[in-house]
Design a protein around this ligand. Sequence first.
Ligand code: 13P
Ligand code: SF4
Length: 303
Amino acid sequence: METIEDEILRLKEERNAVILAHVYQPDEIQEIADFTGDSFKLSVEASKTDADVIVFCGVRFMAETANILSPDKITLLPAEDAGCQMFDDTLLPRVKAELAAHPEYRLVSYVNTPASVKAISDVCCTSSNAVKVIESMPEDAEILFVPDPNLASYTAERTTRHIHVLEGGCPIHGNLRTDVLQRVKDEHPGALVLMHPECRPELRAMADYIGSTSGIVDYAAASDCKEFIIATEMGVFYQLEEACHRQGKTFYPASRSMLCVNMKKTNLTKVRDALRTLEPRVVVPEDVRKKAHAALSRMLEIK
Ligand code: 13P
Ligand code: SF4
């Protein structure tokens, strides 16, 4: 009998589809994906795929990004209600109000934004290229960076540019507490702490390495150390085990509460059904898409 994984593979061939999965996705999804990676790597894959259908296993802003970059393809988001808790509908009016109050601001938006905010941005960035993107702005630029004040402060510490922020942030990373991390460090004194820049500054001061999800995986794979405390969403453990296969390395979560419910909404049944029905689709309206495309393209051009 055909298993659900076999059916997905068969439908994928029939539809000429590609499955992209963020590294916070459930293990079963990362296993069947054609490409896994951080937000930047997945944006690049979405911009260059020659598939007819992109099945985006992640959250809505990621599928929107794929549709903005490849509008001639069908973009499917199997978990239709998977949003990102870093922003809500108030973000666009708040950003507009700030820009109206400070017309001199240049807007840099993290990819974790709705298409409508990307559309009014000078340029987008991800956690892996935020510093490079900010450095690409004129020396005297006054930059409004949304929607994550923690990634903004991490970036500001590494550049001479002036960065302004709005309230917001990722609760999964932002709620990590110093006493919780200290306890895990005390339990594993030989372990290195690898952390995502969406964590708060006082937590980042306790880290040995700070980087995007791909950066964390690459660092662990290249390190001579055998033990690591991982301060990001727990889906990344799948990639850590894959990348460090047979290296005898052990990974400990900084906190077992670092789980993004939205990232866990995708399952095999939803991926199979999306491939069967070619729904639910994500389509960004053309006027918004064109403007958002310009901001994303500028990001992709920065080397
Ligand atoms: P990266 O994959 O770019 O590290 O982003 C992390 C994240 O929180 C995505 O939602
Ligand atoms: Fe958004 Fe945080 Fe979930 Fe990433 S981990 S999708 S930033 S809520």
